[in-house]
Design a protein around this ligand. Structure first.
Ligand SMILES: NC(=O)c1ccc[n+]([C@@H]2O[C@H](COP(=O)([O-])OP(=O)(O)OC[C@H]3O[C@@H](n4cnc5c(N)ncnc54)[C@H](O)[C@@H]3O)[C@@H](O)[C@H]2O)c1
Length: 374
């Protein structure tokens, strides 16, 4: 298959959808890999790195028009809509339930759009979102530690303490992928860590893997109200699937917190779980409300593109290989997780939540494609 890798042109996006190592794997399996010139630059991969591994460096026009499958990181932006076309499989993060113009552009163009974020396994895991949650969680603990420093606006506390001086306290609300990863870095820094979650099964699992190294407490309004008062860093990491994040920490609760404490609201991409959160950017990551430092960067993994690009490719490559080897239709037949990734096919919306979000017609994938082998 002819596989293209487009350069990301969305502002502040430095990731790329394939590493040179990934290109090598595809080339070795007999595929043709076309990489747009300087696509890897933001992630420290030069054109020559791709060429050495068998890829061809091409222009933006070629990468969009000459390929059968195009790999990207972010959704196409308006200037890219005219490049969408029938016969192309676009594999990328799409998030189109929140983007009607893009949804219409995908439908009208006839492109096949497969979204990373809706690839979902039988046991309801989202394998192509997980690596970004891992990164955001680990960064959250680092951001908490950094903004606790006095010159950065924080209390002026070393999270790990030193012999003879108590460490700081980190409260993690939501012990899923983000929360677990935040906790292990905070533990590594030497902090005292508490995780609140609502799922007893999840807490049992965390107890098995972290036993003794964190306090695990059932989440409730009362518990949150009391725990935030002791915390030096509070990390918001909740997710309620398909819904906006619940506002678990109110402005009123901030008044009882320590002055200069740091809030890191990772759930900001779902609206945030602190009443006082609003999205920020890497270039201007924090602001202060009632003496509490708020860090609410909506695309945290974008700050570490070298790591994010490699983690993303590790997760996407097996699916890219499936599509490349079998073609999209047979790949979908073999792998129901991949089938759930198909959002638009032949001008029809095949992902129910997307159609419902825009009041457009939903067509089950099985009605567009024969989902049993011929
Ligand atoms: N800002 C960023 O750059 C960025 C990057 C990746 C993920 N995220 C966001 O981080 C959030 C967490 O993602 P995840 O992958 O860890 O999700 P996850 O589903 O793995 O974990 C969410 C956890 O929250 C728990 N939870 C739900 N309601 C709760 C409550 N009231 N109190 C305590 N816990 C509660 C759930 O039981 C679950 O364990 C999501 O909103 C996700 O979109 C943001």
């Amino acid at each position: 298959m002819r596989i293209g890798v487009a350069k990301e042109i969305k502002p502040d996006e430095y990731r790329v959808a394939l590493t040179p190592a990934g290109a090598r794997e595809l080339v070795d399996k007999g595929h043709d890999v076309l990489v747009e010139t300087t696509a890897g630059e933001g992630s420290a991969f030069a054109d020559a790195d791709y060429e050495r591994n068998g890829a061809r460096i091409v222009s933006v026009d070629e990468v969009w028009s000459e390929t059968e499958m195009l790999l990207k990181v972010k959704e196409p932006i308006a200037s890219e809509y005219p490049r969408l076309r029938e016969g192309l499989v676009l594999f990328t993060y799409l998030h189109i339930a929140a983007d009607e113009p893009l949804t219409r552009a995908l439908v009208e163009s006839g492109v096949t759009a497969v979204a990373y974020e809706t690839v979902e396994t039988e046991d309801r895991r989202l394998p192509l979102l997980a690596p970004m949650s891992e990164i955001a969680g680990r960064l959250a603990a680092q951001a908490g530690a950094a903004f606790l420093e006095k010159p950065a606006g924080g209390r002026g506390l070393l999270l790990g303490g030193v012999p003879g001086v108590q460490p700081g306290r980190v409260l993690v609300i939501g012990g899923g992928i983000v929360g677990y990863n935040a906790a292990i870095i905070a533990i590594g820094l030497g902090a005292q860590v508490t995780i609140l979650d609502r799922s007893i099964d999840r807490m049992r699992h965390l107890d098995e893997i972290l036993s003794g190294r964190v306090s695990l407490v059932m989440s409730s309004t009362l518990q949150i109200e009391s725990s935030v008062q002791d915390a030096d860093v509070v990390i918001g990491a909740v997710l309620v699937p398909g819904a906006r994040a619940p506002k678990l920490v109110t402005r009123e609760m901030l008044k009882a917190m320590k002055q200069g404490a740091v809030i890191v609201d990772v759930a900001i991409d779902q609206g945030g779980c602190f009443e006082t959160s609003r999205p920020t950017t890497h270039s201007d990551p924090v602001y202060v409300v009632d003496g509490i430092v708020h860090y609410c960067v909506a695309n945290m993994p974008g700050g570490v593109p070298i790591t994010s690009t490699k983690a993303l490719t590790n997760a996407t490559l097996p699916y890219v290989e499936e599509i490349a080897e079998y073609g999209l239709v047979r790949a979908i037949l073999r792998d129901p997780a991949l089938a759930r990734g198909v959002n638009v096919l032949d001008g029809k919306i095949t992902y129910q939540a997307v159609a419902e979000a825009h009041g457009l017609e939903y067509t089950p994938l099985a009605d567009v494609l024969p989902l049993t082998p011929a």
